[in-house]
Write a protein that binds this ligand. Sequence first.
Ligand code: PLP
Length: 387
Amino acid sequence: MSGPVYLDHNATTPVAPAVADAMAEALHCLYGNPSSAYAPGREAARRVGVARQQVADLVGASPKELIFTGCATEANNLALLGVAATRATPGHLVISAVEHPAVAEPARHLESQGWRLTVVSVDSRGQISADDVVAAVAEDTVLVSIMLANNEVGTLQPVREIAGRLQGRGVLMHTDAAQAVGKIPVQVDELGVDFLTLAGHKFRASKGVGALYVRTGAPVQRILHGAGHEQGLRPGTENVPAIIGLGVAAELAGEHLASSPNRLQERRDTLHRMLATGVADLALNGHPDQRLPNTLNVSFPGVTGQALLETVGDTVFASVGSACHSGTSAPSGVLGAMGLDTARASGAVRLSVGWDTAENELQCAAEALVRAWQTQQRSEKGSASIY
Ligand code: PLP
């Protein structure tokens, strides 16, 4: 095995061959505008309808409850700003401290417009307490937005419990499920949410397509102004090839989840075991069990994740759990919110496997990472003895 190993499926996933084929066919043959009344337009609209049903089936929604968007960021913005747009006066919004910027930033924007914002903290495993969220809800709370799974550490949030406990209190519930859909079973009725975000490129569809689930009757207004596409909530001619690809990816995800539900977790845990054997005191970040089955965020002791990944070079593609600014590593917001100390946070690497990750790739990646850690350790010791 000589090629690079891709272990960053939480950043994005390679497009599945069946998705690429469906998209290519659409690009070549399906030129009509789905809003046009003549045959090519009607055919494009029909195929968009098929995709809408496929995506709806994956999350247990009705097709008319799905609004296609350009990405998860747009779906999150539509949920938060679109709910706010229905209100004559600012209200109260609750989010967690580990939300992706695609939720945290629109929330901050609403705060700048006079909304009251409560950011609920997480524990050292990155998990929010349902008690804390329920306690944060007040008379003026309009919306609670808590992600289903965290993108950096994979920790799952008790969205179902929160939604259940808020039922009957007149509070709307949104979940950003961009990292969860396609990796774990996600059913909107089981979760009890009013809004749910998903992103095509996180589960083998292409970039440039996402969706917002809007429970029938949930109050939301469009945030872009234009024609009446997507039930008046998202104007703009539909990205037909990407939407068709999203439908195929949703079907594939459903099949994988039904036929080999443990596959991702087995691969991830194999990788974890291999790394733990080679790296003394490797520390797992995130929840040990209530975690995305594909996500392994680990801190390598005595090194920075950034230096480690630079040492493995193009052997392993992964990302760090810390953002680097001008050569200095600052802990990521998520690891900081979990209260990890700076050394542990800067030693973090996020490894995320995919449905296609092969056993021999895990072996190759683990060996490269362990070797890089050993090399880094030696150079750290060397520089310590010089200075
Ligand atoms: N929400 C979560 C949890 C994510 O992980 C991401 C992407 O990493 C997004 C939203 C934004 O997705 P996109 O860049 O496709 O809009």
